[in-house]
Ligand binder design. Structure first.
Ligand code: ZN
Length: 176
């Protein structure tokens, strides 16, 4: 009887081990799949597609100087897209005045279109935000956004973005 119990215990432990191992592997695969950008251009191809300033921020994780970007104070209604690939990333509806010198949003249009990664560069602990489709560097997300909304502040370089005015965007949607 005792021996049987012991065997059962061994089998259970083994099963548990196998199950945890399998689900861990699946999780790792999903995480890797989500983090890998779908659009893969070579460095040369990106250089052809982007201006030197855009390349420096989007592909080399640079930061435009505060208060110099063209969308920092943009109050127009519309959609902000990735400058690298055109993916719709942010809406004017979630843009707010953060006075930090860069366009700030308290949320993205679709979380799956944005990838957030821990960034320990420059002696700081930050969360980098990249475009899930092309891997372009957009900026960082901080926890000091509007507390009546998400509490998040997506601090995004203007140069990483393009802007489509609401009217134009709506007519584009109708054509789709
Ligand atoms: Zn992109």
């Amino acid at each position: 009887m005792q021996r049987n119990n012991k065997n059962q215990l061994v089998i259970c432990t083994l099963l548990l081990f196998l199950l945890t191992n399998c689900s861990n592997n699946t999780q790792k695969k999903i995480a890797m799949k989500n983090n890998a950008p779908k659009m893969n251009l070579t460095e040369e191809e990106w250089k052809e597609k982007l201006s030197p300033e855009e390349f420096q921020v989007l592909r080399q994780k640079g930061t435009e100087r505060a208060f110099t970007g063209k969308y920092t104070d943009n109050k127009e209604e519309g959609i902000y897209v990735c400058k690298g690939c055109g993916t719709e990333l942010f809406s004017s509806e979630t843009k707010f005045d953060s006075h930090c010198g860069w366009p700030s949003f308290y949320d993205g249009i679709d979380k799956s279109k944005i990838t957030e990664t821990l960034d320990l560069s420059h002696g700081m602990t930050r969360t980098e935000v990249t475009c899930s489709n092309c891997g372009g560097h957009l900026g960082h997300v901080f926890n000091d956004g509007p507390t009546d909304k998400t509490g998040l502040r997506y601090c995004i370089n203007s140069i990483s973005l393009g802007f489509i005015e609401k009217q134009e965007y709506d007519s584009l949607l109708k054509k789709k």
